[in-house]
Design a protein around this ligand. Structure first.
Ligand SMILES: Cc1ncc(COP(=O)(O)O)c(C=O)c1O
Length: 418
């Protein structure tokens, strides 16, 4: 993180957060008689009017099932669905359109790789490397496949700041290492992993790498070719799109070698009772009727984010995080959990003597929405010996005044409990 000053940081360049907020109708809500301060963006971010409008337009003038008919609506829906794929391709700079699979979310994408790649290529005694920072979605699918194939999970540990110990990661590689699956940004702590370096290391051992980009794609520019990752998964609902949609990038050569995870619908070229010939990628991995409306809305969300500018988003969120870190650090009795050098828009903390759920409930009374719990990252909680944390997570539409509201609500909680 950048050095912390004692003053409210200046606004980033010409970024006009009020103009941005006007695009998000939900931000005008009042909760418990107070203006909503929405700081649960790592769970799901909010949707701007152009994305809401895009959904309405699709439903009222474009809806039909895709890829299977010659009538106007089906062709229109197909064209828009495929256009969304190209928008996602450009968003992460994937080399080819066929390397972009439309999924229902990060979890779905990771399961696709765990089952599609792991079931085919893992065997007895093989090893899969994860890190302590992983979300359950990047642990459980690997455990399921490892259990089935007799493979083992090995875990790269983290230090007290919540950073992966690269030396320990390096030492985990053996001749049995078959796969690495790592998060780009920790949802529980905000740590930004040095994934490019970690990928390069895995590749020195000839091991493919999946990056869980659920918390990175909304907050920083992602270039899968520059990272040289083999797979990259993210979700639409964390980047101003709807739920039930996500993207899995995979290098074409690997996708070609993998078996499909789900069968039926568009993933076939021909079927007899004796044999099925699979479709070409990416369709081989898109079984059944896909989330057409959600994919098109994700395309609109990507357009929206591009319009704001991903670098502008990252810069404003860094200002928010730095200011929030400064103010929370100035509040005795509040401890930040996760103090990595490089962090994205997540502030996890504990209030001395108050259970996180009580903090969350009392903050809600003030209109402040944070998340409390284990954040689907129980190994991180175990590492820091806490059952749960309070987590404020920022988006580009949040303001410095909302950080003030958070901190003043925390101080109110402390007063109630002291
Ligand atoms: C780092 C990380 N990975 C995976 C996921 C799972 O995403 P989804 O529920 O959209 O599949 C999340 C969601 O919080 C996450 O933060």
């Amino acid at each position: 993180m950048t050095a912390i000053s004692t003053a409210v940081p200046a606004r980033t360049g010409a970024f006009d957060v009020d103009r941005i907020r006007a695009d998000f109708p939900i931000l005008d809500l009042e909760v418990n008689g107070k203006p909503l301060v929405f700081l649960d963006n790592a769970a799901s971010s909010q949707m701007p009017q152009p994305v809401i409008d895009r959904i309405a337009r699709y439903q009222s003038a474009e809806h039909a099932n895709i890829h299977r008919a010659v009538h106007y609506l089906s062709e229109k829906a197909t064209a828009e669905y495929e256009a969304a794929r190209r928008k996602a391709q450009a968003f992460i700079n994937a080399g080819e359109e066929r390397e972009v699979i439309i999924t229902t979310g990060t979890t779905d994408g990771i399961n696709l790789v765990a089952h599609g790649y792991g079931r085919k290529f893992f065997g007895e005694g093989d090893e899969i490397i994860l890190t302590t920072l992983e979300h359950h979605s990047n642990i459980v699918p690997w455990q399921m496949v490892a259990g089935e194939k007799g493979a083992k999970i090995r875990v790269a540990p983290i230090n007290d700041n919540g950073e992966v110990l690269l030396e320990e990661y390096r030492k985990l590689f053996t001749k049995n290492t078959k796969f690495v699956a790592i998060t780009h940004v920790s949802n529980a702590l905000g740590t930004i992993n040095p994934v490019k370096e970690m990928i390069a290391l895995a590749h020195q051992h000839g091991v493919p790498v999946l990056v869980d980009g659920a918390q990175a794609a909304p907050h920083m520019g992602v270039d899968v070719q520059d990272l040289d990752c083999d797979f990259y998964a993210f979700s639409g609902h964390k980047l101003c799109g709807p739920t039930g949609i996500g993207i899995l990038y995979g290098k074409a050569a690997l996708l070609e070698k993998m078996q499909p995870f789900k069968g039926g619908g568009d993933m076939i070229l021909s079927v007899t009772f004796e044999k099925t010939t699979y479709n070409t990628i990416p369709h081989k991995f898109e079984a059944g009727t896909p989330p057409i409306m959600a994919a098109i809305a994700l395309g609109a969300a990507i357009d929206y984010l591009n319009g704001v500018g991903i670098d502008t988003i990252a810069a404003h969120e860094t200002d928010l995080l730095d200011y929030a870190t400064q103010e929370v650090n100035r509040t005795p009795g509040v401890r930040i959990i996760g103090t990595a050098e490089r962090k994205a828009a997540v502030l996890s903390f504990a209030v001395e003597g108050v259970h996180p759920h009580d903090v969350g409930t009392l903050l809600n009374d003030e209109g402040v929405a944070i998340r409390t719990g284990h954040h689907c990252a129980q190994p991180v909680m175990q590492r820091f010996k806490v059952p749960a944390t309070c987590r404020a997570s920022f988006a580009f539409y949040n303001t410095m005044a909302e950080v003030d509201a958070l901190v003043s609500a925390i101080r109110k909680v402390q007063k109630i409990f002291n």
